[in-house]
Design a binder for this molecule. Structure first.
Ligand SMILES: C[S@@+](CC[C@H](N)C(=O)[O-])C[C@H]1O[C@@H](n2cnc3c(N)ncnc32)[C@H](O)[C@@H]1O
Length: 287
């Protein structure tokens, strides 16, 4: 009874917060460069929501709304593809493919299509203090075959914009050289994410987004703040992670605050970029 009450209460809070969560998605600037106005965005949102029930998915609807909003705001003049690492059964793939079709970008999907590789000792157990959980991983977890993903995307997304790269990331990503504007890495293991960042970050456009779906795993969040790793592997300073430690505040947690698993890093941001959008505080510009 208490569980049902809490579930209903959380849903009610989410509905009340909808104007906040959907505000950026429905802003006029979101999608305007691609001719995607209110009605097309509303239709996209409905399809994305329905896909939650049609495809087994490990990422949440609001996680995807946040990503899709940013994708629709990338200036049209910035060329580049969209990359997804980690598709499982194709739930996030289908929704990203719908947006890629709207903005005219290719979606490159990387996965073993056989589940996780053997986790290293450091990746066998992750610590998630924000939800007071430990998460254990084993080889083969989250296995979605290529046939399953393709069939789900064909039925509920847009297969025409997708290119599939089958195999473990350390075999497929080194040969990938296409410029990209956006990457979604939902790969569970720090070892897997390190490979994704090492090969994708140099291909990412300035001000491009790299989303991780493990922002609330301390092992993953820490990577985005580790100068030694970034210097050795990407020859740059660490970008930090928005949402690092507890994810962006999208869902109500048992601990009495908003949380999620999603977070993002932006490449090479400069204060002047925020000034251009009119959202900078003068103190950020000085010095
Ligand atoms: C949590 S699932 C992805 C969930 C999916 N994005 C969704 O929203 O439903 C993680 C995926 O990452 C893939 N993966 C993790 N590490 C990998 C690696 N090193 N090489 C290839 N695939 C990997 C797994 O096969 C699995 O499909």
């Amino acid at each position: 009874m208490r569980k049902l009450f809490l579930k209903t209460w959380r849903r009610a809070v989410l509905v009340m917060c909808a104007p906040i969560f959907l505000g950026r998605f429905f802003q006029r600037e979101t999608g305007s460069e691609y001719g995607v106005g209110f009605l097309r965005k509303a239709r996209l949102l409905v399809r994305m929501f329905r896909n939650r029930f049609r495809i087994v998915t490990a990422s949440g609807f609001l996680d995807q709304v946040v990503m899709v909003s940013e994708l629709l705001r990338i200036p049209r003049s910035v060329a580049g593809a969209v990359v997804e690492c980690g598709s499982y059964c194709g739930g996030s793939t289908a929704n990203l493919s719908l947006v890629c079709a709207l903005v005219g970008r290719t979606l490159h999907v990387f996965d073993s299509f056989a589940g996780l590789p053997e986790p290293s000792a450091a990746d066998q157990l992750h610590v998630l203090p924000s939800v007071q959980e430990l998460r254990a991983f084993e080889k083969g977890d989250f296995c979605g075959s290529l046939e399953t993903v393709k069939s789900n995307v064909q039925r509920f997304g847009n297969l025409g914009v997708c290119r599939f790269h089958v195999g473990y990331f350390d075999q497929t990503l080194p040969g990938f050289k296409e410029p990209c504007v956006f990457a979604f890495c939902d790969v569970d293991l720090r070892g897997s994410l390190e490979t994704c960042i090492e090969y994708l970050w140099p291909l990412l456009a300035d001000r491009g987004f790299l989303f991780t779906h493990e922002a609330n795993h301390m092992e993953i969040a820490g990577l985005f703040f580790d100068p030694g790793w970034w210097n050795a592997h990407v020859h740059s300073v660490p970008p930090g992670l928005v949402g690092g430690g507890s994810g962006l505040g999208l869902y109500v947690s048992d601990q009495g605050f908003f949380r999620s698993s999603i977070g993002f890093a932006m490449k090479n941001i400069r204060p002047a970029d925020f000034a251009a959008s009119g959202s900078v505080k003068p103190s950020l510009l000085s010095g």
